[in-house]
Design a protein around this ligand. Structure first.
Ligand SMILES: *[C@@H]1O[C@H](CO)[C@@H](O)[C@H](O)[C@H]1NC(C)=O
Ligand SMILES: *[C@@H]1O[C@H](CO)[C@@H](O)[C@H](O)[C@H]1NC(C)=O
Ligand SMILES: *[C@@H]1O[C@H](CO)[C@@H](O)[C@H](O)[C@H]1NC(C)=O
Length: 413
């Protein structure tokens, strides 16, 4: 193959080639091939979705949802607009002031102390009532708040979380209760379903105006970020240290969120279909848009959180169907959520700092073989396309004998 440089009969020097393939074409093929592999590996939906979500390109289906809501931006925002009808003004105690009088502001969380035991945390928060409840002594709180925390295999985080949350809630003069929703067994984790279960079970336990759906690994860094609901769903964990206190993408609506009972009912809760890690919060974002509720972010200056480090969880693998589910989120909304929620309560225990509700969420459905079949079709189509392109190019612009013999039907003279 000493064809690197060859003088043709006309005396022109040919371009440098790689086994007869021009370098330009060769690069193009390699890129094309890599692109095909990416498409096959992630499925096309995922590629488009990942790129657009993370580059903040508004996809048509999200834009469509926003356009449907003519009054999307016209709602009054703010936590103090919300009317809580159940508060009885005739009570001897006054209603607590809008701004809690004793807040520390920015908190010094210190180091994550692994030696802290649950007993230490209980001792320091002895004012918390069994089941993880507290309400202010000399005034009536403006909202009754349920904090719903999905959980499994995160005992260390839970200690840190309880250690941080109770003093903050007390200073915020909150009437609240912490529910830890523990998934029984070792099957695939379903966080969104646990949140729905938490909502259902909390409502059986008492009257709540506001639900805070809270990741167990997030610790508030500032107690001025009030754990209250507003006229529109609120995102409380706007800045997280892990992402340099920036929203990683505009559509993010996870971590710590606050929704009233009626908001949560209007969107039919979370989807129950997200088994494994990822996208259940994006699904909630779509539901909120689709219901024309609008949403607001808490004040960026105070809505800051620390994420407690954890290694990835063996039983909470990335859900490969997440983007496929997400594309159908608006269509599924009415049938999938609180309306078809099924689970079994394994146990319910009142612990000193929380209520432990352990639930059996069931198993992920067997996926029909259509999706594996689809993947195979993708592979076959990509490979045939690649082969076709290579054949065409080899036969038209390649002078290499080797490639020609392999690829071309006609022998060269
Ligand atoms: C309990 O409170 C003491 C005194 O404020 C503090 O030094 C200690 O770190 C606290 N322990 C826990 C587990 O929060
Ligand atoms: C909650 O209760 C279940 C079953 O009783 C138990 O296995 C689990 O460890 C408990 N979780 C927490 C966080 O207390
Ligand atoms: C998918 O294919 C496997 C193996 O061929 C089969 O055992 C399984 O029942 C199929 N699942 C469905 C939902 O058809």
């Amino acid at each position: 193959m000493s064809q690197r440089r060859k003088t043709t009969s006309k005396g022109l020097v040919q371009r440098r080639t790689f086994y007869g393939l021009r370098a330009r074409w060769f690069t193009l093929f390699v890129l094309f091939f890599i692109l095909q592999l990416v498409v096959v590996y992630f499925r096309i939906h995922d590629v488009i979705m990942v790129i657009s979500l993370h580059l903040n390109i508004k996809l048509d289906w999200i834009r469509g949802l926003e356009d449907n809501c003519l009054d999307f931006d016209s709602k009054k925002h703010g936590i103090n607009h919300l009317q809580i009808p159940e508060i009885d003004g005739s009570s001897p105690k006054p209603i607590c002031p809008k701004s809690p009088p004793v807040l520390y502001g920015k908190l010094n969380l210190g180091d994550e102390d692994d030696d802290v035991t649950m007993d230490d945390v209980i001792r320091n928060n002895s004012w918390v009532k069994a089941g993880g409840r507290h309400k202010p002594d000399n005034c009536i709180a403006r909202q009754r708040v349920a904090i719903i925390v999905p959980h499994r295999n995160r005992e260390r985080h839970l200690r840190q979380f309880l250690r941080a949350i109770h003093p903050v809630m007390k200073r915020q003069q909150a009437d609240y209760r912490v529910f830890v929703i523990h998934q029984a067994g070792t099957g695939t984790f379903n966080k969104a379903k646990l949140l729905n279960i938490g909502y259902r079970e909390a409502r059986k336990e008492g009257i709540f105006d506001c639900f805070i759906f809270h990741d167990v690994d997030l610790l508030a860094e500032d107690d001025r970020n009030l754990y209250r609901c507003a006229d529109v769903p609120r995102h409380l964990s706007v800045g997280i240290d892990k992402w340099d206190y920036q929203l990683p993408y505009d559509a993010l609506f996870g971590g710590v969120i606050a929704m009233t009972t009626s908001q949560f009912e209007q969107v039919n809760g979370y989807s129950n279909e997200y088994w494994g890690w990822g996208a259940e919060d994006d699904d909630m974002y779509v539901r909120i848009l689709h219901s024309c509720l609008g949403l607001e972010r808490a004040n960026y200056d105070v809505a800051r959180y620390r994420m407690v480090y954890h290694p990835s969880d063996k039983n909470n693998r990335v859900n490969p169907y997440r983007y496929t589910l997400l594309v159908g989120a608006a269509e599924r909304q009415r049938q999938d959520g609180l309306s078809n929620l099924k689970y079994n309560i394994v146990s319910e225990r009142s612990m000193p700092l929380y209520t432990n509700i352990t639930a059996d969420v069931g198993k992920p459905p067997l996926r029909s073989n259509v999706s594996t079949f689809g993947t195979r079709v993708d592979i076959v189509v990509s490979l045939s396309l690649l082969l076709l392109m290579m054949t065409l190019t080899c036969c038209t612009c390649v002078k290499s004998r080797l490639m020609h013999v392999i690829m071309c039907p006609r022998r060269i003279p």
